[in-house]
Design a protein around this ligand. Structure first.
Ligand SMILES: C[S@@+](CC[C@H](N)C(=O)[O-])C[C@H]1O[C@@H](n2cnc3c(N)ncnc32)[C@H](O)[C@@H]1O
Length: 318
């Protein structure tokens, strides 16, 4: 229960033009101040002030990550219910809100295009580059150990790149499907599988943001070094969950929180790693449960990063 004074403050924080627009935007997913500033076309100090008020009233939460800060609607039950109620009463077809969503879509397309340009450039070299900051051998050994004795009818590798995961686990599925948004990555993967004569693997051009075609199609979904390319990894995880068949599981392999800011500029990263707390929250909202998490530190240089393997199962479908 919230006391009278606090409730007035909370309602005040939501009861303002820009702040209501911010709540409606954050209902579409986690966003950085930089993107919100661009979408609202207001100065950064102004947007930051509105975000601060919403954070102080508990309606949204802030997550600082290197030079950027990301915001999302609060997961705390009472705040989440209040925001849901307010947005439920709001006509989301209001011209201004529609325009905000259109600008949000344009911002997301722009990020996607930048990532695609990066991956198009590095596709041919990816098999060498992909191991630069990750303790790759140890990670692959840990993945194999976790999946030992498992056999999948359909193994779906989202953001497959050059298809390394399909290659690594080639003996453990009847049918392997790799999806990627980069034509160049797909083309390298396809050539590799053709050369190896692997007949049970397909690689296809597809965007993780729309997996309608792959709904309920896989008993295992892999997201290997993919989620850090999304502003809101939770949305990608929800989409992965939709692609699962009953009884299926998801494996997320990604960096733990780090400080290598240059990876944003140089390698199209959006998030500087993923924390256990974040993974729990994203999993919860995707009806998934974290069954196991194994951290693998980099044994080498200072800019070597710790990787984590999260094994998730579907609460509803299991
Ligand atoms: C860091 S690479 C990882 C590739 C591969 N999983 C590996 O570990 O080698 C990330 C891959 O995700 C793909 N990707 C990024 N955003 C995507 C999206 N929205 N839909 C599908 N693929 C995406 C990129 O094209 C790229 O191939």
């Amino acid at each position: 229960m919230t006391n009278l004074r606090e409730m007035v403050e909370i309602l005040r924080s939501a009861g303002e033009f820009t702040r209501l627009r911010l709540l409606a935007l954050l209902a579409e997913g986690e966003l950085s101040v930089k993107d919100l500033t661009e979408i609202l076309d207001q100065s950064q100090p102004r947007v930051s002030r509105h975000l601060r008020l919403l954070t102080e009233s508990g309606l949204i939460t802030r997550h600082a990550e290197g030079a950027w800060a990301f915001f999302r609607l609060s997961d705390e039950l009472e705040s989440a219910a209040l925001v849901e109620h307010i947005l439920g009463r709001l006509n989301l077809e209001d011209e201004l809100l529609v325009a905000d969503r259109e600008r949000l879509a344009a911002v997301r397309r722009d990020h996607q295009a930048r990532a695609a340009t990066f991956f198009a450039k590095v596709a041919k070299d990816w098999d060498r580059l992909r191991t630069l900051h990750a303790p790759d051998e140890a990670v692959e050994a840990a993945i194999q150990a976790m999946l030992k004795d498992k056999f999948f009818k359909t193994f779906l590798d989202l953001g497959t790149g050059t298809g390394r995961m399909l290659e690594l686990l080639a003996d453990q599925y009847k049918k392997g499907v790799g999806l990627d948004a980069s034509r160049e990555m797909i083309s390298v993967a396809r050539t590799k599988f053709d050369k190896a004569g692997l007949k049970n693997v397909q690689v296809r051009l597809a965007d993780i943001s729309d997996l309608t075609e792959y709904r309920d199609s896989a008993d295992f979904v892999m997201l290997h070094q993919v989620l850090h390319h999304f502003d809101d990894p939770g949305i990608a995880l929800r989409n992965a969950q939709l692609a699962l068949k009953q009884g299926g599981a998801i494996m997320v392999v990604d960096f733990m929180p780090h400080k290598l800011e240059f990876l944003r500029e140089e390698q199209a990263h959006r998030r500087l790693g993923l924390s256990h707390v974040q993974m729990q929250a994203w999993a919860r909202s995707a009806q998934l449960e974290v069954m196991q998490a194994q951290e693998i530190p980099h044994p080498g240089p200072d800019d070597g990063l710790t990787v984590c393997i999260w094994h998730l199962t579907d609460k509803e479908k299991n």
